[in-house]
Design a protein around this ligand. Structure first.
Ligand code: NAP
Ligand code: MG
Length: 401
């Protein structure tokens, strides 16, 4: 490797898997150069979370990062780790805000693990806008009769006033916003990622009802497409299409999959859970954060698998599924190879995934997947270490050719 890969270590069971993946699947085969950041909770605390910002900075500088799942502390964690001086923010949130990125989540699809929707042959990748709308809204519940108005004051002192509603009793209110810059970055990341992965891009909102608000999302996407991306899409035979969210939901269910579905913040939150569940397992969901200027950060969608970690601490060999974390590594190595013109490194990323596929196809898998396979497919559950050993053995064969 020439340019270092930004490596962000994490917490609990995924930190254990991380070390195993490096030891068994990466270091024996790759002359690995990483710029390492320990985002484990205790080191974030010791560095007053500066390590997260340093990692985000390095990712921006080098262009590719790979991240392990990390604990986002809550009240319960504050009690579990009395040394915490603050309830540190989600590292993913910090990195996403720093890179102004969009997260793309896609399931790993296998022929013997059929999705609930039988027509889906290929993964559906959900791109969720991660800023604003109801997540940054101001809401209010009132008890008395009255009137709500809506005022915008610009920096020159001009104001725009709108009557919202007059009510004669208790009422609930919500005021939300988004910014043109954020919508534009979101659109930019979506077009880029579609070109990068050579998949069609769908975008859907409720612009028939929300004509101005959702209408602006639709317009910004269309304008960027027409002025910057149309030619490249056409050259690759890809389509961008906008449709009403109701229509998109119906089409998605009837589709064969194999496209990117861009969604507003709330829609993406809901739809990504539906897609993940319908494709089988959270342990098989990959995730990549893409910035509008083309920085890529790979990770698993799931968390640190705390329950398994406690069993591991008691000396138990757990059958935690490392697939999504392996795919974070394979994705990152492949991308690093592409950016640096190292075709062997990119080919190695493909081989890691092929080795996983072959191992699973041979019926060797972690416990979570055994119950999900098609009837008649013979599967046996092994612990994480044994699964990784089997993948490593197959990877060795593939590498030797
Ligand atoms: P989780 O770690 O995703 O695990 C929830 C449950 O899903 C597990 O108990 C397990 O079910 C199953 N599962 C998830 N991944 C699995 C895998 N690889 N193999 C097998 N089973 C798997 O979610 P959580 O327990 O709600 O959160 C734990 C911690 O992770 C929290 O501190 C949270 O802040 C953090 N988190 C981090 C990220 C991130 O860094 N991207 C994302 C989400 C959550 P069974 O117990 O039934 O086997
Ligand atoms: Mg959700």
């Amino acid at each position: 490797m020439t340019t270092p890969l930004v490596e962000m270590d994490g917490d609990e069971m995924t930190r254990i898997l991380w070390a195993m993946i490096k030891e068994k699947l990466v270091l024996p085969f790759v002359d690995l150069r990483t710029d390492y950041y320990d985002l484990g909770l205790l080191n974030r605390n010791a560095t007053k979370d500066q390590v997260t910002l340093r990692a985000a900075n390095a990712t921006k500088r080098y262009g590719v990062g790979v991240k392990c799942a990390t604990i986002t502390p809550n009240q319960q964690r504050m009690e579990e780790y009395p040394e915490l001086t603050e309830m540190w923010k989600s590292p993913n949130g910090t990195i996403r805000a720093f890179l102004d990125g969009t997260t793309f989540r896609a399931p790993i699809v296998l022929p013997f693990l059929k999705p609930v929707v039988k027509t889906w042959e290929k993964p559906i990748t959900v791109a969720r806008h991660a800023y604003g709308d109801v997540y940054k809204a101001v809401d209010l519940r009132t008890k008395t009769p009255g009137t709500a108005t809506f005022t915008f004051a610009d920096t020159d002192g001009n104001t725009i006033d709108r009557m919202v509603q007059k009510v004669d009793g208790g009422a609930v209110w919500l005021s939300q916003h988004n910014t043109e810059n954020s919508i534009r970055s979101f659109a930019e990341s979506c077009f880029r990622y579609a070109l990068n992965t050579k998949q069609d891009l769908w975008f859907s909102t409720k612009d028939t009802i929300s004509k101005v608000y959702d209408g602006a999302f639709k317009e910004i996407f269309q304008e960027l497409y027409d002025t910057r991306y149309k030619a490249e899409f056409e050259k690759l035979g890809l389509t961008y299409f906008y449709t009403l969210i109701d229509d998109a939901v119906a089409r998605a269910i009837r589709s064969k999959g194999g496209f990117i579905w861009a969604l507003k913040n709330y829609d993406g939150d809901v739809m990504s859970d539906m897609i993940a569940t319908a494709f089988g397992s959270l342990a098989m969901m990959t995730s990549v954060l893409v910035s509008p200027d083309g920085v890529f950060e790979y990770e698993a969608s799931h968390g640190t698998v705390t329950k398994h970690y406690y069993r591991y601490l008691k000396g138990e060999k757990t059958s935690t599924n490392p697939m999504a974390t392996i795919y974070a590594w394979s994705g990152a190595l492949r991308k690093r190879g592409e950016m640096d013109g190292l075709s062997d490194l990119s080919a190695f990323g493909d081989m890691m995934e092929q080795a996983c596929f072959d191992t699973l196809s041979g019926g060797v898998m972690t416990g979570d997947l055994v119950g999900l396979v098609e009837p008649g497919f013979e599967a046996r559950a092994v612990d994480s270490g044994a699964f990784l050993d089997a993948v490593a053995a197959r990877l060795g064969e593939l590498v030797r050719g």
